[in-house]
Design a protein around this ligand. Structure first.
Ligand SMILES: Cc1cc2nc3c(=O)[nH]c(=O)nc-3n(C[C@H](O)[C@H](O)[C@H](O)COP(=O)(O)OP(=O)(O)OC[C@H]3O[C@@H](n4cnc5c(N)ncnc54)[C@H](O)[C@@H]3O)c2cc1C
Length: 241
């Protein structure tokens, strides 16, 4: 049976950074990713200064912003600095960059490899291959199998969703309004050739009502700015802890 010091379930940013650090410290590391492509995930792709300190290379940055428009029911504000402090990226580009860094340190990454069962010493991959571990890292996102195996409960469960439109908006905007958008916020994040418009943070118990309000507000915004000819590329929906 194959065996590793550490098996990391999930090749998202958390799993890949963890793999890079552990491999750098001479651990034999395997990352399991259920998808064929790393980073293909529902995400607005906005990164802030703190993320940029990780050394995100310029060639994967889609747009840079030195101002953000913040809208609340009480006021509209522009926060402006003399240098970019928010950027947008495509998660697949980020995933590839992070995976390359982890591999460079010696981590092994297997895509198309879903952890389907866990016990105290092994992980079963794709219902057939058994892999041994000394340590197991659960970096498998909001529906984590590792969390379920450890029987850890979650008290917060949020719904978020977003649309992609081919319209390339100029400004990066966020909207706070608990009555309309729930406890988090809505966003317009322009990328190179499209914009991501979404809303997040609808508590599960309020989901139906707030989802409908948010959806219609977002559609209204898209139509207002782009006109009815705008093509909405995709409607995505997901769950996030
Ligand atoms: C609509 C939306 C918009 C967002 N926008 C932003 C944003 O603009 N900026 C920002 O910083 N954050 C944003 N986020 C949050 C961001 O996506 C998450 O914080 C981030 O992805 C968490 O990283 P992670 O590595 O913990 O998990 P994930 O990125 O979820 O990675 C988990 C990985 O584990 C894999 N996996 C799951 N189960 C298994 C299994 N059984 N076996 C193998 N692999 C498995 C998944 O395929 C996935 O690749 C957004 C989230 C949503 C939902």
């Amino acid at each position: 049976m194959e065996s590793y010091d550490v098996v990391i379930v999930g090749a998202g940013p958390a799993g890949l950074k963890c793999a890079e650090i552990l491999a750098q410290n001479d651990k034999k590391v395997l990352v399991l990713e259920k998808n064929k492509i790393i980073g293909d995930k529902v995400c607005a792709g906005g990164l802030t200064l703190k993320d940029l300190k990780l050394g995100i290379p310029d060639n994967i940055i889609q747009r840079k912003f030195n101002s953000v428009f913040i809208h609340t029911p009480h006021q509209d504000t522009e926060i402006k600095l003399d240098k970019p402090f928010i950027v947008t990226i495509d998660r697949k580009d980020l995933g590839k960059w992070m995976a390359d860094k982890a591999k460079k340190q010696g981590a092994e990454i297997r895509t198309d490899s879903k952890a389907t069962k866990i016990d105290e010493k092994t992980v079963i991959v794709n219902d057939k291959d058994k892999i041994g571990y000394k340590y197991l890292v659960g970096a498998d996102g909001s529906n984590s199998l590792v969390r379920k195996y450890l029987n850890l409960s979650t008290d917060k469960f949020l719904e978020t969703f977003q649309y992609l439109t081919l319209k390339r908006f100029k400004d990066l905007e966020v909207f706070f309004d608990p009555e309309k958008f729930g406890p988090l916020y809505s966003w317009v994040f322009p990328h190179k050739n499209l914009s991501v418009i979404g809303g997040g943070g609808i508590l599960k118990e309020n989901f139906t009502n707030q989802h409908l309000i948010l959806k219609s507000l977002i559609l209204e915004k898209i139509l207002k700015i782009t006109g009815k000819t705008s093509l909405i590329l995709a409607q995505l929906s997901c769950k996030q802890l």
